[in-house]
Each structure stands twice: as structure tokens, then as C-alpha cells.
Design a protein around this ligand. Structure first.
Ligand SMILES: [Zn+2]
Length: 343
């Protein structure tokens, strides 16, 4: 890992002028921190979101074949969410893992161990490796494949994968009549209102179609199979609505306590997934290329949010946000997805 820290970093979080739209003012703060709630106020915001989440879950409890579909990557955060929903909320969960072809063997073991420990049903979906490698390769070589706002939160590789997994989760929930989908996203990884969303089917279909042409042109005709929703699936579904929740946005839990909690389920940290990821071997390549193309680590927003609200120390945040993998650490993965790092 290479670390190079900019001269001026926000005194509260870790943002610098390298991040799009950020200027550090005379008070030493970035614009986001200047208008952000205090840690204590944020506690109240989270509490209100937690209550809203519970209300939504209680309202729809028992209405479908399962109460909640959990988009379960095998990583630490979605493991924590699955455990929370099963053990604390007492929900009947269905866990869904998409094997993108780059999941660590240890992550796959974690998926099996955790779902067994929690006694939940587990669906594994493995899209064609040919499609996935094409998708990853073209995600980094095609400018503007993702919105600028999405690129501030995650690498192009991650954004493509997140969109694909979200879509598979929505289609599976519709087909199996599961009223709620839960994700393990943290603050900074998703838009601010992502704690509890009620998905508007018509608006969602329209949004899908608007990006479909771009995806088909870039990734090939097969893109529709993974990113599209057949309107018939919505018509046939018994669901009148679909909730999307991200419980991590309603909690102030540190990484250390997450790890402590999920280790009791038999979860073990993979050693081949880089510094930021706890499931995917492609993640460091995404970070490397993102940094090359945009000049900042794609985890910057997430790390800044954790530091801003006291969930990570500022020194740890600085260390993580400004370390970037070296080319030699990601060259194997680059070759696998057909990307020339010297191009
Ligand atoms: Zn700041």
C-alpha cells in the first residue's frame, strides 16, 4: 500500500480538496462537516431511523414466504445485518449471495458457516463468469458508465456489481413475495435516505430502462438478463410494495464490535481481499483504478462519514483513506478482467 496524505485535511473528518466539491474553509472544516449534525444529534437521527425500520418490518411481518431477503455478501457488514435481523428482530430471513467469480474462498466458507449458525435459507446465484469479467473490464474502460454521484461513493467495478446484485435481489423478492430487502451498506456508501426506502415499482422500472441501453451497449445483450426487470414479474408478484432497508445506517456500531460479534458465528476474516473488503478479491483493483482515474480512494466518503460521527478514529481514517494498493498488488486481477494498467 502507498500512503500520501494531502496538506490540508478537514479537522473533523478526513476529506481533502482531492475529493470532488470539497474545499477546506478557514475554520479547517469541509463543507459537509460544517453543516453536519453533532455526534449526539446523529444519535437521535439514527434512533428515529431505527424506529422507522422497526415499524416497516412489523407492519409487513408474516405477509410473505419470508419476512426479509438479505443481500448477503459474506462480508462483515452484511453478516452483522443478517445476524441482527434473525436474532434481534426475530425475522424469517432468506439470504441471497451473488458469487461474482471473485469471492474469496474464505468468504464462501463464511456464507455457509454463518447461514448454518443462524439457521436461515441460503440462495447462491452465480452469473456467467464470461459476462462478469466483461462487465468489470468495460466498467473501468467506459467513461460515464455510472453517475458522478455514484462514483463519489464507490469504484466503477463496485458500482456495476452493486447494481447487478440489487437487481437480482429485487427480482428474487418479487418472485418469492418477500416484502423487504435488507442491505449491509454503511453511511457514505449509499445516499443519505437509504435507511428505509419504499420502492415505487413504476419509477424503478423507468429508472432501470433508462440505464439499460447504456448497459447493453457497453456490456453486451446479456446485460438485460442481469440488470433488467420483466414487467411480468411485477404483475405476477403478490407484493403491493417492496421495502429496502439498510440497518447499518440506523446504528452506531464500530468495526471492532461488528467483528467481535460475528466471530461468535464462526466468521473468519479472509486474507486475500485487501484492506477495505472482507469478501471480494477484485476490490483492490477497483480502488487502484478509481484512484488513477479520479484522484481519490473510492472509500473516502464512507471513511469520512465513519470518522465524522465517531465510529472510526481520525488517524485510522487518514491511514485508510490515503493508502492505495500498488500496481503489483492488483496486476493478476487486472489481467483476469482484461484491463491494461499501463494503458
Ligand atoms: Zn469534514
Amino acid at each position: 500500500m502507498k500512503v500520501s496524505t494531502p496538506d490540508r485535511i478537514c479537522a473533523r473528518c478526513i476529506l481533502s480538496a482531492a475529493f470532488p466539491g470539497v474545499q477546506i474553509g478557514d475554520d479547517g472544516l469541509c463543507g459537509i462537516c460544517r453543516s453536519a449534525p453533532s455526534i449526539e444529534e446523529m444519535g437521535h437521527v439514527r434512533e428515529a431511523l431505527r424506529e422507522e425500520t422497526k415499524l416497516v418490518l412489523e407492519r409487513d411481518r408474516g405477509s410473505g414466504s419470508y419476512d426479509c431477503l438479505v443481500a448477503f455478501s459474506g462480508g462483515k457488514d452484511s453478516t452483522f445485518v443478517l445476524q441482527l435481523l434473525v436474532r434481534e428482530y426475530g425475522l424469517r430471513c432468506l439470504s441471497l449471495t451473488v458469487d461474482n467469480g471473485f469471492l474469496s474462498e474464505q468468504a464462501m466458507r463464511n456464507c455457509r458457516t454463518v447461514t448454518t449458525a443462524l439457521g436461515v435459507d441460503f440462495i447462491l446465484v452465480k452469473p456467467s463468469p464470461v459476462f462478469m469479467t466483461t462487465m468489470y473490464g468495460r466498467s473501468v474502460t467506459t467513461a460515464d458508465i455510472h453517475a458522478k454521484s455514484a462514483i463519489r461513493r464507490a469504484s466503477a467495478i463496485c458500482n456495476s456489481c452493486i447494481n447487478l446484485i440489487n437487481n437480482i435481489a429485487v427480482v428474487t423478492a418479487l418472485e418469492k413475495n418477500v416484502p423487504t430487502i435488507a442491505g449491509g451498506y454503511l453511511g457514505g456508501q449509499v445516499p443519505k435516505d437509504a435507511a428505509v426506502i419504499r420502492l415505487d415499482f413504476a419509477a424503478h422500472l423507468k429508472a432501470r430502462e433508462s440505464t439499460m441501453k447504456k448497459y447493453e451497449d457497453t456490456f453486451g445483450a446479456e446485460a438485460r438478463r442481469y440488470f433488467g426487470i420483466d414487467p411480468g414479474v411485477i404483475e405476477r408478484s403478490a407484493l403491493s410494495h417492496l421495502n429496502v432497508i439498510n440497518p447499518m445506517l440506523t446504528m452506531d456500531v464500530s468495526e471492532a464490535s461488528i467483528l467481535q460479534s460475528i466471530r461468535k458465528l464462526g466468521w473468519t476474516r479472509p486474507r486475500d481481499t485487501g484492506k477495505q473488503s472482507s469478501n471480494c478479491r477484485l476490490n483492490d483493483l477497483g480502488i487502484f483504478i478509481h484512484h488513477q482515474q479520479h484522484g481519490f480512494n473510492p472509500y473516502t466518503a464512507e471513511i469520512a462519514e465513519q470518522v465524522r460521527f465517531g465510529l472510526m478514529s481520525r488517524s485510522e481514517g487518514i491511514r485508510r483513506a490515503f493508502s492505495v494498493p500498488k500496481a503489483s498488488q492488483v496486476s493478476t486481477q487486472a489481467k483476469q478482467v482484461g484491463v491494461d494498467l499501463n494503458a
